[in-house]
Write a protein of this length. Structure first.
Length: 225
């Protein structure tokens, strides 16, 4: 019986805490001065329901809610730090040079997510999009760009029931998780000056405005803004 109890506790503990892994440019730089103009990319959010069988099924309405809630929260955060945010939906800006920059950032962002697997990058954080990003700053009258995204799964009722039943047998079953990430880019130099990944806690459901705000607070906690 004790083994079953500790299995249940483990399931709760695994999902109980929000965590983040901020990384800041290791070269010389000055944090954005007050009043900096920050173009905030509309978050790319992909959410799904985790079925009883453990298969993720995309939920468009959840993704839209998460996107809108995160967008509002991140804009409010930037403004609360004394900067001037402006919104840019990447889906409307994929043509020309700006589109190339967005796609380049997507590629670099994928490398940043895998950074822990790259031996040459473990002790330093020096990533750049190149000076070509100046065109993004000029076109959208911005000094910095803030890229935000999120993805994850939420357990269905059937999945929760299966998890409880198997926990009583000492078997742990994942109940889904949500991950948000953000990067801050200096549009004058192309330098990625900060990047973070945050795993959401149960009270940080981005489908809900309050949950999204709490998640953004965790994600942006150590941002140099």
């Amino acid at each position: 019986m004790l083994r079953q109890f500790f299995a249940l506790v483990a399931l709760v503990c695994l999902a109980a805490c929000a965590t983040s892994s901020p990384q800041t440019y290791t070269g010389d730089f000055q944090p954005p001065p007050a009043g900096s103009r920050v173009v905030v990319m509309t978050p790319n959010v992909q959410l799904a329901v985790l079925t009883a069988a453990g298969l993720p099924e995309p939920r468009e309405e959840w993704s839209v809610s998460g996107r809108d809630n995160l967008a509002a929260s991140i804009a409010g955060y930037v403004q609360s730090e004394g900067h001037a945010p402006s919104a840019l939906d990447p889906n409307t800006a994929m043509e020309g040079r700006v589109g190339q920059i967005i796609r380049l950032h997507d590629a670099v962002g994928g490398s940043l997510l895998m950074r822990g697997m790259l031996p040459t990058q473990r002790d330093r954080f020096e990533w750049t999009l190149g000076e070509g990003v100046r065109s993004l700053g000029e076109e959208h009258n911005a000094d910095y760009a803030l890229f935000v995204g999120a993805n994850g799964t939420y357990a269905s009722a059937g999945r929760v029931a299966a998890a409880v039943g198997l926990a009583l047998l000492g078997v742990g079953v994942p109940l889904g998780n949500q991950v948000a990430y953000a990067s801050l880019v200096d549009l004058r130099t192309g330098q990625v000056i900060w990047f973070n990944v945050a795993i959401a806690a149960p009270n940080q459901d981005m489908r809900d405005p309050e949950g999204a705000q709490s998640l953004i607070n965790t994600l942006m906690r150590d941002a140099p803004l």
